[in-house]
Each structure stands twice: as structure tokens, then as C-alpha cells.
Design a protein. Structure first.
Lengths: 243, 145
């Protein structure tokens, strides 16, 4: 008689149809007669089905604009890699780079500064030795950098908004308005409860969205400057998705 | 790997693909070629981070887990729960599960990408699935003890 323990070591390959015909037949006979192994097989098939539908995580729209911009730069300069951007655009790209770095710093400090096994410390369970204070200080610094980067991006975007279609400009203002409301609400929530994980998550998500919208705006302005209507259309669609 | 890191690697991948498009010979579908390029870029990135890639390699040779409790224990699996449970897997098992069950690669392709045997890929997938089954319904393993 086939032991369940032996059968279950082969159930993964059985579920994937990878067994030789004779072995497949033996396991099939066992699974039909054994409720336990049949249940395990059912679980494995359910896992496979769910995993298949996990799907991909779509990248933000502005990413395609940045890739297209860098490829276009390399084509114009005839170099294998993107050339140094013009002085007017360098400032915008510097701030985009800084924003990406800020996101990485914030993510690293907040999400990876603690191990998965450790929950976020509350006021009652804060770790001794000031380690939570260090994290809080780092987060405060990260927020200050965010604010400065957003201010610079707004300057870069705002200086040339006059070139933008009025309808697009109005959409942009509405988007930024709703994001700014979310930022204000999250900051207020954090002020009243500094240890609130959801408020912190909400604030950083809103800051991330604002940076993304501003990045897409700068990309749109660049596309319009280059006289690329198709690129500008894609950028506007990207702004719509970011909002 | 965080989202920003993933976005940076995505940019690098497409810029590299643009530079190397002349090397694409049509032996596989363009999507497959891009996928391999992206996977190799990610693996190289992991190798450059101290300790992370060694964990990926070490996990691939671990013993299979003992048989877990029997009978169906999983109901409808919430996608978020599965994503969370994935983070509890050892790096090697998680990598194989994602490549095979999520991305749909065959064991031959997984083995080639990771530089291991097909047998190792199959055993790691088996390990991943049973650990996920346990993680998604821990009461089942408690009842079996």
C-alpha cells in the first residue's frame, strides 16, 4: 500500500502533471481513495490557482516617460548611453533623482528598519536605548527633505505651466489639491498620535503620490517643449492615473 | 526589494534592452528575451548586496519539510494573505515559487535562470507550496502535532 507520507512528497509534481504515466496512475489511485491526500492536493491546486492570478505590479506611468526621455537623449547625442541633460532640465532631473533617493531612504528607514517579526513599537512598548527616537528623528528628517524636494519640483513645474493646456492645468491643480488635503490630514493625525502606523503610512503614500505627479508634470513639460504631441498625450494620461 | 529599487531596475532593464536590441536574434519571443534580461539584472543586483544572494543560494539546497497535516485546510485564499505569506518563505523557495507559479516559467527555465538543477527547482517549489499551505492555515499544523 502506498504510504501517504511518500505520496505527499510527490503531490507537487503530480499537480503540475510532471510525473511519468505509471507513477501518475499510482498516485491518482491513492488520491481517489484517500481523503487526506486528496485534501492536500486540493490545497496545492488552490495555491497554484491563486498564485497564477497574483499578476504583475504595474509601474507608475511617469517611469515610461523617464525611460523614453533617456532613450531619446541617447539617440540625439548618438551615444550608447544617455548624455548629460541640458542645464535647464538638469535641475529637474536632479530633483527627480533626489525624490527617488528620498523614497528609498524613507522606505529603508521605516519599512526595513525593523525585522518582519517585530511589530511597530507603540508608546507603551517603545524599545529602550532611544532606538525608536533615532527612527523618529530619521523619519522627521526624511519628511523635511520631502518637503524641500516637493517645493523645488513645484518651482520647476510651475515656471512653465503657462505652456500647458488650461484643461490639463486645471486637472493638475485638482489632483494636487486632493493630495495636499490627504497630506494635511495625515500630518494632523500624526500630530495627535505620533505612533500611529496607519497615519504614517498614509502620509508617506500621499508624499510619494505628490512626488510622482510632479515628476509626471515635469516630464509632460519636457515632452511639450520637444514638440512631441504623442509623448505629451501619454504624459497627460499618466497624470490622470497618478491623480 | 522595495518598490523604488524595483522601479530603478525596471528603468535599467529597458535602457539595457534598448542598447542590446541588436543582439536579439529571434530565437525566443521578444517578451521571453526581455524577461531573461530583467531576471538576470535582478539576480546580479541581489548578488551585489552582501549576504542576500548567498541566502538565495543556500536556501536552494535545504531539506524538504516533513509532511504536514492532511485533509483540505485552505478555503478561498486572499491574494494579500498569499503575498504576505510569501515574505515568510526562505529566499530560495520564494524565488522558485514566484518564477514558477506566479510568472509561469517551467522548471527547465527556472533552473537555467538560477543556475541550479531542475530537481532542485522542483524540490524548492514543493517546499514553498507546503510552507505556504502551513502559513495560510497554521491551525492545521497545530492540530497535527
Amino acid at each position: 500500500m502506498t504510504k501517504c507520507e511518500d505520496v505527499q512528497t510527490r503531490l507537487s509534481d503530480f499537480a503540475d502533471g510532471l510525473l511519468a504515466p505509471d507513477e501518475h496512475a499510482v498516485l491518482l489511485r491513492h488520491v481517489r481513495e484517500c481523503a487526506d491526500c486528496s485534501g492536500v492536493l486540493s490545497d496545492l491546486e488552490r495555491l497554484r490557482s491563486t498564485a497564477r492570478h497574483l499578476g504583475t505590479v504595474p509601474p507608475p506611468e511617469h517611469l515610461w516617460l523617464e525611460i523614453a526621455g533617456q532613450i531619446r537623449q541617447s539617440q540625439r547625442s548618438g551615444l550608447a548611453s544617455p548624455s548629460r541633460p541640458s542645464p535647464q532640465r538638469r535641475a529637474a532631473w536632479q530633483w527627480i533623482g533626489l525624490s527617488a533617493a528620498l523614497l528609498a531612504i524613507t522606505t529603508a528607514v521605516y519599512f526595513f528598519g525593523r525585522s518582519p517579526a517585530q511589530p511597530i513599537a507603540t508608546a507603551n512598548t517603545a524599545a529602550p536605548g532611544g532606538s525608536m527616537q533615532v527612527v523618529a528623528d530619521e523619519l522627521s528628517l526624511a519628511m523635511q527633505h520631502y518637503d524641500r524636494a516637493i517645493a523645488e519640483l513645484e518651482l520647476a513645474a510651475g515656471a512653465d505651466k503657462s505652456e500647458m493646456d488650461p484643461a490639463v492645468s486645471a486637472t493638475l491643480q485638482r489632483s494636487l489639491g486632493s493630495i495636499d488635503s490627504a497630506i494635511s490630514e495625515s500630518r494632523a493625525a500624526l500630530l495627535s498620535n505620533p505612533d500611529s502606523g496607519p497615519a504614517r503610512d498614509s502620509l508617506f503614500e500621499a508624499l510619494r503620490r505628490k512626488v510622482s505627479v510632479l515628476q509626471a508634470t515635469v516630464s509632460l513639460i519636457n515632452e511639450m517643449r520637444q514638440g512631441d504631441p504623442a509623448g505629451a498625450t501619454r504624459a497627460m494620461e499618466g497624470l490622470g492615473r497618478q491623480s | 526589494m522595495g518598490r523604488v529599487e524595483a522601479e530603478d531596475l525596471l528603468q535599467d532593464m529597458f535602457l539595457t534592452a534598448h542598447r542590446k536590441l541588436g543582439l536579439y536574434r529571434g530565437e525566443s519571443a521578444l517578451g521571453t528575451w526581455l524577461f531573461r534580461l530583467g531576471t538576470n539584472l535582478c539576480l546580479d543586483h541581489l548578488r551585489s548586496r552582501s549576504g542576500r544572494f548567498s541566502a538565495l543560494q543556500d536556501g536552494l539546497d535545504d531539506d524538504l519539510p516533513a509532511s504536514t497535516s492532511s485533509g483540505p485546510v485552505l478555503g478561498v485564499i486572499d491574494r494579500l494573505d498569499l503575498e504576505r505569506a510569501l515574505t515568510t518563505l526562505p529566499a530560495g523557495a520564494r524565488t522558485v515559487f514566484v518564477l514558477h507559479d506566479v510568472e509561469g516559467l517551467e522548471h527547465r527555465e527556472v533552473a537555467e535562470l538560477l543556475g541550479v538543477s531542475e530537481g532542485t527547482s522542483k524540490s524548492q517549489l514543493h517546499k514553498a507550496r507546503f510552507r505556504l499551505r502551513s502559513a495560510l492555515n497554521p491551525t492545521a499544523t497545530k492540530a497535527a502535532r
